[in-house]
Write a protein that binds this ligand. Structure first.
Ligand SMILES: CC(C)(COP(=O)(O)OP(=O)(O)OC[C@H]1O[C@@H](n2cnc3c(N)ncnc32)[C@H](O)[C@@H]1OP(=O)(O)O)[C@@H](O)C(=O)NCCC(=O)NCCS
Length: 171
């Protein structure tokens, strides 16, 4: 994993950039991660995604954070035993207590060097206080065009999520 910036302190509530919490996590796929045909289980990838996003959330809030939701996720390409899975996770948007984190997953064939984009996922984490209740997260400082575009797209996804939840509750 990459190391956090040193100016990050546990009590800081000032704005932070996504670069201060972004993480790159790697995992070599082992036989125990896969089915008998050598394809990695979807749940293994999902756990890695959740782990990478959780690290980003905790780095941003410097406290506990839980997964509130994971958006629809498609497995675009298979991943095989022996390959190196790389997950790049970073913050797209911070609400009041919630945060949207985007994770891009790539698989590398270590013998040939071929790299494939296998998944992208968006997760919402909620910062928690010591009683397990939602607590405000530090604001996200948008630095550069990429951060602004990701933020705009995340706001649209949040709206769609809210609509879907409201519709579900209405039955
Ligand atoms: C996530 C959780 C803390 C939210 O608690 P809550 O009492 O519903 O909190 P609130 O209604 O005050 O919402 C808090 C924030 O979470 C967001 N949120 C709540 N449910 C959400 C969902 N399903 N998807 C996306 N965001 C959600 C709200 O929009 C709000 O965001 P904001 O503060 O930025 O505006 C609570 O549902 C929980 O503890 N869930 C279990 C988490 C867990 O165990 N995860 C591990 C995987 S099983």
């Amino acid at each position: 994993m990459t190391q956090p910036d040193r100016q990050d302190t546990p009590t800081q509530q000032a704005g932070k950039t996504s670069g201060q919490s972004a993480v790159t996590l790697t995992h070599q796929v082992l036989p125990e991660d896969a089915n008998p045909a050598g394809n990695v289980h979807g749940g293994v990838i999902l756990k890695l995604i959740d782990t990478a996003a959780g690290v980003v959330a905790m780095r941003h809030v410097r406290g506990w954070a839980v997964t509130a939701s994971i958006d629809r996720m498609d497995f675009l390409k298979p991943v095989y035993v022996g390959e190196l899975v790389t997950l790049k996770a970073s913050l797209n948007m911070v609400g009041h207590t919630s945060m949207e984190i985007g994770v891009r997953v790539e698989a590398e064939n270590l013998l040939t060097g071929e790299v494939r984009h296998t998944n992208s996922a968006y997760l919402t984490f909620v910062a928690l206080d010591e009683h397990g209740c939602p607590r405000p997260a530090p604001p996200l400082v948008l630095e550069g065009e990429v951060a602004e575009r990701r933020h705009r797209q995340a706001l649209r996804r949040r709206e769609l999520r809210r609509q879907a939840i409201a519709e579900e509750r209405r039955g």
